[in-house]
Design a protein around this ligand. Sequence first.
Ligand code: 8OZ
Length: 359
Amino acid sequence: MALDLFSPVSLGSIALKNRMVMAPLTRNRAGEGGVPQAINAAYYEQRATAGLIITEATPISTMAHGYPALPGIYTDAQVAGWLKVTDAVHAKGGKIILQLWHVGRISHPSLLPNGALPVAPSAIKPEGKAFTYKGLVDYVEPRALEVSELSGIVADFVHATKYSLAAGFDGVEIHAANGYLLDQFLRDGSNKRTDNYGGSFENRARLLLEVTKAVVAVAGSDKVGIRISPVNPFNDMHDSNPQALFNYVVDELNQFNLAYLHAVEGGIHGGGIADPFDFDALRKHFKGAYVANLGYDKVRGNAAIASGHADAIAFGVPFIANPDLVQRYKADAALNEADSKTFYGGSEKGYTDYPFLNA
Ligand code: 8OZ
């Protein structure tokens, strides 16, 4: 029988009971100090029938924050909060990994320690508005990181990886997508550096590869995945030659024998029109497992798996509205509709109160 969404698969050492991955989803409902609460554990527990849950993007340090009410993964209290999440998911037979995040310039002094300026590869203010505790405000011009500071960024990823493992996660995903710090280094619209971290593909990929090497050294390559979004224009992103850049990045990532590569195959979050890109060609560059994301449904997901394009499919919005998405796809049942007004922030409404099929 052909492989489909319901076939088991291993991503590195992480054994999935099916190929339906819950995509990382920012929900802005963590407690004080970035500590996950019981309601967050309930939300993830409800979705434990997914083959794998990737948590919402999670800041690795105080400087990595860029939105209200994010969880963190750098204090002991945060680890204790996450342990409740991972215990709940594991008790239901699920697998869960944490997405390691540094937002770079997509932040605001009001969200950072002592009103610090956001940091970035280059001092280029992104178009658009920051989400702050006081609503939407213009982004500020970020401060370009000194080369001497980059080892500190790598160290923050390492610290957060250790804390993720202490919090019981089955692995980690490095967030190198959607216009945040590592993606800001990769793409030349946001990286105008003239040192060893700007210019050539090799230089722009350097920080991502240093982070990957360091994270793999702590977690083991079979527990580390990476998410990229080669043509997502969200967060004012652009690259002059994305196909060649990301083919190069993937060729370089092959040296690490990662658990998987996760690609956002287009533009998300209303950031504009994505440049053309051949994701099949990108996939063929990668020697390991490939997780595809963006607009897949059951039919397209099954087709992508049967054709060999993808080993698993990450579903975002469908998992927000359907905690039992796996069961619904199996039964060809109707789906709940997602309410976009409750995506970011709020309480249990639109978070833990979407009905199950057999409720
Ligand atoms: C939407 C709103 C805020 C953050 C991403 C972490 O795009 C995000 C994000 C998405 O990766």
